[in-house]
Design a binder for this molecule. Structure first.
Ligand SMILES: C[S@@+](CC[C@H](N)C(=O)[O-])C[C@H]1O[C@@H](n2cnc3c(N)ncnc32)[C@H](O)[C@@H]1O
Length: 291
């Protein structure tokens, strides 16, 4: 079957998604507008995350996709001990700035921030792992940035294995992804959701690229209004991010392969219990490493 492209705008190539997509600094610059400022991620989300970690006795957390630091800052403020990593120095710059400006607060002084790639995570941060983290978190649809370069999901499986190795026995992985089954079916990405409270997201235009009949890359063009510049010609910032469209059942299988079929495993939809026939914006997987 010839390669097919549907729902297209101007498409790049799949290889675009393999490199650091944040390297030009464009997305990092307007990321805070996209997510809503550091303190205004929705209350639903904050309550969900903090309660889930506390109820499961998690204190020492590894945030493997900390980006500009939004979740890590919130968790440091809530009393968790954080080690935060990301592959993009452009994104980490904002997290480092946040830590520096609050360095006189003991909790922020102890906050560890390191550059690390999921594919080599265990080796990158070996000396910070100790007996293992109570939880590893990978949130904000981050994991889908890792493309399936070889067509057999080997890098994704390796990254999940690395996450598992960083977790202490009995600890947890909390990882999310957009509902790509819905995006593939409709060619659309909802621009408003529980996760991001942003008033400024004007649109997310979506393209699905098929290779050999399989959806292989989803590109999202984000249009973000810059506050105070709404009426100016360059008042809208546009950036493109590419994602591997994880199908729900396939993603579950990758997690179960790394953690074992008997692992305690719960899936949420938009920070609530997932019910039959739900079609949430986000799936959130919470899986335990066997003790
Ligand atoms: C969508 S942002 C989310 C950041 C943050 N969790 C949030 O919700 O605001 C995705 C982050 O994943 C990081 N990332 C993408 N691929 C990565 C990889 N292979 N290893 C480590 N980080 C990666 C990017 O640099 C980016 O900061």
């Amino acid at each position: 079957m010839p390669d097919t492209v549907i729902h297209t705008r101007s498409l790049g190539t799949p290889a675009e998604g393999v490199k650091d997509q944040y390297a030009d600094g464009k997305a990092a610059k307007v990321w805070e507008y996209f997510i809503g400022d550091q303190t205004s991620r929705t209350q639903t989300y904050k309550t969900f995350l903090v309660n889930l970690l506390r109820q499961n006795g998690c204190k020492r957390i590894l945030d493997v996709a900390c980006g500009t630091g939004v979740d890590s800052v919130m968790l440091v403020e809530e009393g968790f001990q954080m080690v935060s990593t990301d592959a993009s120095d452009k994104m980490l710059k904002y997290a480092l700035k946040a830590r520096w400006s609050r360095r006189k607060e003991p909790a922020f002084d102890k906050w560890v921030i390191e550059e690390a790639n999921w594919v080599s995570l265990y080796d990158d941060i070996k000396h910070f792992i100790g007996d293992g983290f109570d939880a590893v978190i990978c949130l904000g649809n981050s994991f889908a940035h890792l493309m399936d370069s070889f067509g057999d999901q080997r890098e994704q499986r390796q990254a999940i294995r690395n996450f598992e190795k960083c977790i202490k026995p009995g600890g947890f992985l909390l990882i999310d992804h957009r509902n790509y089954d819905y995006i593939i079916k409709t060619g659309q990405t909802p621009s408003k959701c529980f996760y991001y409270n942003s008033q400024h997201t004007a649109d997310i235009q979506t393209s699905v690229l098929y290779v050999s009949g399989k959806p292989s890359v989803v590109m999202m063009d984000y249009f973000i209004e810059v506050p105070g510049k709404e009426n100016e010609e360059n008042g809208i910032n546009e950036f493109r991010l590419s994602y591997y469209p994880h199908k729900f059942e396939d993603f579950k299988a990758i997690l179960l392969a790394a953690f074992g079929k008997g692992s305690k495993y719960k899936i949420y939809g938009d920070f609530e219990e997932l019910k039959a026939n739900d079609d949430p914006n986000f799936y959130i997987h919470f899986i335990q490493k066997t003790a």
